[in-house]
Ligand binder design. Structure first.
Ligand SMILES: Cc1cc2nc3c(=O)[nH]c(=O)nc-3n(C[C@H](O)[C@H](O)[C@H](O)COP(=O)(O)OP(=O)(O)OC[C@H]3O[C@@H](n4cnc5c(N)ncnc54)[C@H](O)[C@@H]3O)c2cc1C
Length: 491
């Protein structure tokens, strides 16, 4: 039987395994799947922990239901009845500026009446439709794009906190086309973001009217960008369900250390397979180098971060230069801190998604999610759960602090931004030393070079959030694409 080994049981690896198995079954093909994961638990960045009744999301807290394929995937895994939409308060988002929290205006008229930006800043945005569109192949930074189209103030007040919220990144370094391809497309298609927003709103109204006339409900049709969705027990519920599907086929605590391409003449331990993988784990398979075991495979899917992929490919690629683009994909470090309070001790209603902070405010946190207001059941009755992000490209020195240092810092920042002086009843933090890959200028070129190098190695596939989208839904989309490629290669 053909054997596929998937290295990495983050959501990309698990979802790819699931897609390969489902597609193979549907086509009547037999394939053995083995998943090797370095950590003792599956999920990678997607990690939910329930402590004292608080549901802490150390990674993704949800996805937008406009990404219909992500919802379909959860349903296929058997979690249809576990999907939960976020409360409607998530449509109210705040920004911390000049010592207070401002509601982010949700329509153009409200935006122009809001004092969030100066009159000059608002007028500058009104000129946006008059700006020339960039060349289709331009690889501008988010900063260059935003200042060109919307002005410096819009960059600092709107785009910069948005970039912090998605990538914990630096807008001066991130490529607009690679990091926010939809915004790039809007400019390319409509020539202006304002024109694009009006055209897309009109299109959605027509679609919604048609759907209502036909008695259908269309996912995401009611909200412009879809509705935030999660699972009843948190996003980790999907990891647990996938791990259960592959019980017996996952080896946790198993770090792959080397990947070798075997030639047809070198018969290895399990017959004439393409690949031989060396790994370290508690369990021994076939004797390899000292302290290592060996496994063979017909095809290998590398679902690990880019810097790990570069290490594993060293022995496969004769030219170190072909690994450079993988090594160049930067990551930043980030603290995620969960604090639980008595709801009555909150100085203000938690009537929204939470808030982000523009860099120019010089605060030490990036923002705060009002987690217990977003999804039901995230905190015990009468309690509030706040999730704070700190560090990232903006404050690398904060990303490097210890847990003893980060907790008091976060409490002080909550006092300064939200006026919270009460003692938290619950405090826990998770550190991501390499949290989110940064799609910096040149990312598209790097992908081309990586694809070319990988394409030369038969039966080797690369996936994960380092390449074509950092969101959970992007990982799911790639899983289906990679599964098709793996099966096409094997059969
Ligand atoms: C704090 C935070 C908040 C986020 N919030 C959101 C959100 O709200 N919405 C959203 O859509 N996305 C969000 N994301 C992004 C999303 O969580 C990630 O993109 C996604 O989980 C990445 O999954 P992955 O499988 O590609 O990578 P990873 O989760 O990094 O998985 C890679 C796996 O490979 C394993 N591995 C590495 N090396 C080896 C080896 N040599 N041998 C074996 N195994 C190995 C690792 O242990 C790990 O388990 C967030 C990310 C972070 C960090």
């Amino acid at each position: 039987m053909k054997k596929v080994v998937i290295i990495g049981a983050g959501i990309s690896g698990l979802a790819t395994a699931f897609e390969i198995r489902e597609k193979a079954r549907a086509a009547g093909l037999e394939v053995e799947i083995q998943i090797l994961e370095a950590q003792p638990r599956c999920g990678g960045k997607m990690h939910t922990e329930v402590v004292d009744g608080y549901v802490c999301e150390w990674g993704p807290n949800g996805y937008l239901d406009s990404k219909v394929h992500a919802t379909e995937f959860c349903k296929e895994v058997g979690l249809e009845d576990e999907l939960v939409p976020a409360s409607n308060v998530v449509n109210r988002r705040y920004l911390f500026s000049r010592g207070k929290l401002w509601v982010l205006p949700d329509s153009p008229p409200r935006f122009f009446l809001s004092g969030l930006l100066s009159i000059r800043g608002r007028l500058r945005i009104m000129l946006e439709p008059l700006r020339k569109r960039a060349a289709p192949d331009a690889d501008e930074s988010v900063t260059e794009f935003a200042t060109r189209r919307l002005g410096r103030e819009a960059l600092e007040m709107l785009l910069d906190p948005f970039v912090a919220g998605v990538f914990a990144g630096n807008p001066d370094k991130l490529s607009l086309a690679s990091s926010f391809p939809r915004i790039h497309e809007m400019e390319q298609t409509y020539g202006s973001l304002v024109r694009a927003l009006f055209a897309l709103r009109k299109k959605r109204r027509v679609e919604k009217k048609k759907a209502v006339e036909e008695g259908k409900t269309v996912a995401g049709a009611t909200a412009p960008r879809g509705h935030l969705t999660s699972l009843r027990l948190g996003m980790g519920q999907l990891v647990d369900a996938l791990a259960e599907h592959f019980r017996g086929s996952i080896i946790p605590g198993c770090e792959v250390t080397r990947l070798k391409l075997t030639t047809e003449s070198t018969e290895n331990a399990e017959g004439n397979k393409n690949y031989s993988l060396l790994y370290r784990s508690g369990e021994k398979h076939h004797a390899g180098r000292r302290g290592e075991s060996e496994m063979s495979a017909d095809a290998v899917v590398l679902a690990v971060p880019a810097y790990q992929a570069a290490k594993l490919l060293t022995s496969l690629t004769p030219h170190a230069s072909s690994l450079k683009p993988l090594e160049e994909i930067e990551y930043n470090s980030l603290w995620v801190v969960a604090l639980g309070f008595d709801e009555k001790s909150m100085p203000r209603p938690l009537d929204g998604y939470g808030f982000l902070i523009p860099r120019r405010e010089k605060r030490k946190i990036l923002g705060c999610l009002w987690s217990s207001s977003i999804f039901p059941g995230r905190a015990p009755d009468g309690k509030a759960l706040l999730t704070i992000m700190a560090g990232g490209a903006r404050n690398p020195e904060i990303g490097a602090l210890s847990e003893e240092e980060i907790l008091p810092l976060v409490r002080e920042e909550l006092r300064l931004t939200m006026g919270i002086t009460a003692e938290p009843e619950f405090m826990q933090a998770e550190h991501h030393s390499k949290a989110i890959p940064q799609y910096t200028i040149g990312h598209a070129g790097r992908l081309t070079a990586i694809d070319e190098a990988i394409g030369k190695v038969p039966g080797l596939f690369l996936t994960g959030n380092a390449y074509r989208g950092v969101a959970f839904a992007d990982c799911i989309l790639q899983a289906g694409i990679i599964a098709d490629k793996v099966l096409e290669y094997l059969f």
